[in-house]
Design a protein around this ligand. Structure first.
Ligand code: GLU
Length: 418
């Protein structure tokens, strides 16, 4: 039976905790979130009407550092989803060894139905409603599905307006993923995709697989999907199919990801892209390729779809794209997975670099950002691979064990108050 997203997290967590023999008390702490905020707030629409929106922020854990995680604008946002996403953030930070905990938030609405000025007011009013439940040393939001640097700049501006003038400049690290002009970092925009590509490169080296001859398919062509596709092109690999909310397209001769990105930025989707054929969603999943990059929403690879997939590697750009049932099927079929909490952690790692630059009033070069990102992710990859060998287990469970070991250590050192 398929379970809710947060129940899926519980299943993944329980499997790893049992396998490694995680301390029962620490297991009890980590299997719950710490704080959950639900805010209903009114916003004036362009025509003068008032609409009331529901926003969420869930803080899962801050044992390793301040709460950290993105904000999502999507009609499917609800407490269950935000809890799951917040928990995954805790594991991501712990795996990559950055000093953060995990949080996530969002607003349940469809931004495509609202004007830019309405989205600005919705974002600002949500920030105001969250008040001091976020903060530069406490809980630091970032972009996620349907949010972007512009929205982060509005959040920054609103937050700074609510703090004393004397500490405004010292508070710009309240949000990451900002535009460069507003204190953002070079390389943050592409960071998640860059991380996915570094992980694929590590996998290819391990498997002695020649990426210049690889074919790949991508689901979702937003920030993560498009950057991953474009950066993989640099290795000589060939993109042969893409799917997003508007439809699915394929061209076995190859689709140029840069050209497709220009098309998508104008047309808001891959549908009707003239240099590929339109296909059905199940045809997309069945395409024979080397690498599948899910970079859209959750539970796309499940009991029904996992048997259709025909690839060697699933590199999870999205959060939670594979359900526990899907995982089992892929495992039995011998398909490798680089799990989300490792594969897509490049975003939060470069968020950490942005946060550090803000705190130190520094601006790093792109080379420096990329180099540091590669080192962090490469170490994390090696740790997960080694643990998967140590426990003779799948990579998702191994990634959890790496995260849980770090968390177990900090709790054992610090103890529980009182
Ligand atoms: N939303 C991204 C994620 O799911 C980035 C989070 C961040 O940078 O804080 O990892």
């Amino acid at each position: 039976m398929e379970t809710s997203l947060y129940e899926n997290v519980g299943r993944q967590f329980g499997k790893a905790a049992d396998m490694m023999g995680l301390d029962e008390n620490i297991k009890a702490i980590l299997s719950q979130t710490t704080n959950e905020f639900v805010v209903n707030f009114p916003v004036k629409m362009d025509d003068g009407r008032i609409e009331v929106f529901t926003g969420y922020r869930v803080q899962h854990n801050n044992a390793l550092g301040p709460y950290k995680g993105g904000l999502r604008f999507h009609p499917a946002v609800d407490l269950d989803e935000v809890r799951a996403l917040a928990t995954w953030m805790t594991w991501k930070s712990a795996i990559t060894g950055i000093p953060y905990g995990g949080a996530k938030g969002g607003i349940a609405f469809d931004p495509t139905q609202y004007s830019k000025t309405e989205i600005e007011r919705i974002s600002r009013r949500f920030t105001y409603a969250l008040g001091n439940n976020i903060g530069p040393e406490y809980d630091i939001p970032a972009p996620d599905v349907n949010t972007n640097p512009q929205i982060m700049a509005w959040i920054l501006d609103t937050y700074l307006s609510t703090v004393p003038a004397s500490i405004r400049q010292a508070s710009i690290h309240v949000v990451t993923g900002k535009p460069i002009e507003a204190g953002g970092s070079k390389g943050r925009d592409k960071a998640t995709g860059q991380g996915v590509v570094y992980m694929i490169e590590k996998w290819a080296t391990d498997k002695k697989f020649d990426l210049s001859k690889a074919t790949y398919i991508v689901q979702g062509f937003g920030n993560v999907g498009s950057w991953t596709a474009r950066l993989l092109k640099g290795y000589g690999a060939k993109l042969i199919a893409v799917e997003d909310v508007t439809g699915s397209i394929a061209n076995l001769e190859g689709i140029d990801p840069d050209n497709l990105a220009v098309f998508v930025s104008k047309e808001n989707g891959v549908k009707n892209y003239p240099k590929a054929d339109s296909i059905k969603s199940d045809q997309f999943l069945k395409i024979n390729a080397d690498i599948f990059i899910p970079a859209a929403l959750e539970n796309q690879i499940n009991a029904e779809t996992a048997p259709l997939i025909n690839v060697k590697l699933v590199a999870e750009g999205a959060n939670g794209p594979t359900s526990p049932e899907g995982d089992e099927i892929l495992f039995k079929r011998g398909i490798d997975i680089i799990p989300d909490i490792l594969c897509n952690s490049g975003g939060v790692v470069v968020s950490y670099f942005e946060w550090l630059q803000n705190k130190r009033s520094e601006f790093w070069d792109l080379d420096e950002v990329d180099h540091k990102l590669y080192r962090k992710l490469s170490d994390a990859y090696d740790k997960v691979r080694d643990v998967s060998r140590e426990f003779n287990t799948d990579w998702r469970t191994a990634a959890y064990i790496v995260a849980l070991r770090a968390l177990e250590n900090v709790y054992k050192r610090r103890g529980i108050f009182p």
